[in-house]
Structures are given as C-alpha cells and as structure tokens.
Design a protein around this ligand. Structure first.
Ligand code: COA
Length: 222
C-alpha cells in the first residue's frame, strides 16, 4: 500500500455534540440552512499504519478496550497493550505484501479509530472490511465517512470486485454504516466470529464494484 492519505471531502473539528444532533442537522439542511450533513463529515481521512505508529495504536486501543468489548477482538479478555504492540510489525508486513490494508481513521489529522481490509486476490477479488471508532467520537459520521473512503480505495486503487463486511445483527450502528454506504445485506453467517468469549452469528453485507457487469474480472483501466 502506498503512503497516501485518503482525505474525505467530507469532517472538521474534534468531537462536538453527538448523535442526537445529526437528524437535527438533516432537518435544518432540508429547509436550506447551513450545517449540511456533508459539512459534519469534513475532516475524516485514512492513513496507513507504519512501524512508528505502534505507541499511538496501543494508546487508542487501550483507552477504548471496554468500549470494544463484545464487538471487536481488541476488547476481549486476553487482549493487552503488549499483544497489540507486538502485532504491529506483522500487520505492516502483511500490508506491504498486499494482503491487507490497515490504518488509522483520522479526524482532522488525529487518530480516532482503525480500519482494515483483508484483500483476497483469488477468484473472489474481494476485500473484507472491519472498523471501529473511539467512543469519544461516536455518532458523528466518522465510521460512515471512513468506510466511504475505504470503498473508494478498494474499487479504485485496488481494482477489486467486491467489498464485504460482517456485523453482529444487534450492532445497529455498524449495520447502518454499511447500509448508508450502499452495502446490501445478503444473509447471515452462522457462528462467524469468536468475540468476547463466544461465537456470534453475523449479518453479511456486500457491495459490488460500480463497473461490475457479471463478466469482467478487473475494472476497465486495470
Ligand atoms: C459501529 C461504529 C463503528 C459506528 O461508528 P460511528 O462513527 O458512530 O458511526 P456513524 O456515526 O458514521 O453512523 C452510525 C449510524 O448508526 C446509527 N445508530 C447508531 N446506534 C444506533 C442505534 N442504537 N439505533 C439506531 N441507529 C443507530 C446512527 O444514527 C448513524 O446513522 P444515521 O447517520 O442514519 O443517523 C462504532 O460504534 C464502533 O466502533 N463500535 C464498536 C466497534 C464495532 O462495533 N465495530 C464494527 C464491527 S462490525
């Protein structure tokens, strides 16, 4: 993966008032007043992880471990700062080898979450996406903007055919993030992930490349 930062045309300003204000913003927008949802989203970007980011990643995970419990392996009982730190070189190496994209979700240049894509260059030409956003900035559209950027990368730079994601069926926020980004819920994968000490059925969401025509293996320009 190159070192480019994927700046959304979309977030600014660290965390202001959260969720409740978003519907309000939409309503105001409808009657032609400032503060469109898109303005709320300005400032979100994706930045690939480097070896020197270990401290920042560990800090971010460490301060959100309770929040992630039950939703992501980083919140599991056995998770620790030491394990997170030790995982960084392997993640960076896997990204360099092309099997993965992993990086920070940033809000105005500050890491506020992480996003990963496991890239399968096999018959499926698919990226499996995962993400989380710090508790402090939840409900401000950050994940939605980050997923939008990741999808752009997957279908643009990576020339992939499909992006898929799995979310617990009761993870309303995550399911909504995917639906808002044009993903279609295609079914449920039984006992799909072991998180928080047990297996979870997960809803499977998929989005096909815009150039998909049922025949072409790669996009026209690749
Ligand atoms: C899920 C998660 C990524 C969402 O991040 P976020 O930045 O708050 O998401 P966004 O603000 O972009 O969008 C959330 C959407 O879900 C909606 N939402 C969130 N919780 C909801 C709930 N309990 N009921 C109904 N809607 C809900 C929000 O209103 C918003 O939709 P809207 O834009 O139509 O109003 C974040 O909560 C998180 O990191 N959770 C823990 C880890 C996790 O679950 N990761 C995903 C694993 S699949």
């Amino acid at each position: 993966m190159d070192g480019r930062i994927y700046q959304s045309h979309l977030p600014t300003g660290l965390p202001g008032p959260a969720p409740a204000s978003r519907e309000h913003a939409r309503q105001i927008d409808k009657i032609g007043q400032p503060q469109a949802e898109e303005e709320l989203m300005q400032g979100v970007s994706l930045r690939p992880l480097t070896l020197s980011d270990a401290d920042q990643l560990v800090h971010l995970l460490s301060t959100n471990r309770k929040f992630l419990h039950g939703w992501m392996p980083a919140g599991d009982e056995g998770a620790s700062d030491e394990k997170d730190r030790a995982s960084v070189p392997a993640i960076v190496a896997e990204c360099a080898a092309g099997g993965k994209w992993f990086g920070f979700i940033e809000l105005d240049g500050k890491p506020v979450g992480a996003l990963s894509m496991r890239i399968q260059r096999d018959l499926t030409q698919t990226a499996a996406i995962g993400y989380w956003v710090a508790e402090q900035v939840n409900g401000q559209g950050v994940a939605s903007a980050a997923v939008e950027k990741a999808v752009e990368m997957a279908f643009g730079d990576f020339g992939l055919h499909k992006v898929e994601a799995f979310a617990r069926e009761d993870n309303v926020g995550s399911c909504r993030v995917l639906e808002k980004n044009g993903f279609q819920r295609v079914g449920v994968s039984r006992s799909h992930q072991h998180i928080g000490g047990r297996w979870w059925d997960m809803a499977c969401f998929q989005r096909l490349a815009p150039w998909h025509d049922g025949v072409s293996r790669t996009p026209p320009a690749h």
